[in-house]
Design a protein around this ligand. Sequence first.
Ligand SMILES: [Cu+2]
Length: 271
Amino acid sequence: MKKFLITIIATMLMTSAWADQPKNWQLGFQDSASQSMTEIVSFHNNILLPVIIAISVFVLFLMIYVCIRFRASNNPNPSKTTHNVAVEVLWTLIPCLILIVMAVPSFKILYKQDTIPKADLTIKAVGYQWYWGYEYPDENIIFESYMIKDEDLKENQPRLLTVDNEVIVPVNKVVKVLITANDVLHAWALPSFGVKRDAVPGRINETWFKAEKVGTYYGQCSELCGIEHAFMPITVKVVTDEEYAIWLTEAKMKFAKEPITENEYKKIASK
Ligand SMILES: [Cu+2]
């Protein structure tokens, strides 16, 4: 109970203390690492939470008031009133207004997420039972990304979230993600970037993110896709431009989709 209370208090005071991966006893969002997620968190904290709290407190107050004021001992002859036009109009109009107030900023965020700015690089994520496959279509790169089993984890590698081949992207660049699946429905989700899109066989969905902080970010498949649904994590490592260039050179040789000729190999290696 004490731990629970501490968690609730910590969450109420929560600012940037959380890291970029889920924590034990965590409530609330992970740290945001993109503008989209910052907007989602601010919408939640500044509009949704106050509205929810105000409504809950108001309803609680009404219930307590009614229980005390109209209890049988205090009110032996109950009123026979069944309709009150003013009250009925109010309890329809006020919730409508609240919904409109919430809808405007919500649609703004949704439209912004839906409009993909000019992309600096494109990656393609393909869901399989039960792992993710990635392609960098412009770089002739393709690889698979499997979860590391508990017994093979190294120190500081989070359980159920670490993969053998991470997606590497440069910081502060618009990354367009093409998402599809090869067998059943999956969903590519990365909380810190505010990204979640269904991966549908035979269809390509698009989304984008622009990571603003260097680091490693973790997500999971978010569509029930079978017995190992919980074991197909998503790991994205955001690196500096220089580190990305180095990785790209290595990856072009290690993960080449089309076989590369000796000349191309030398050209890449010389970079
Ligand atoms: Cu899945």
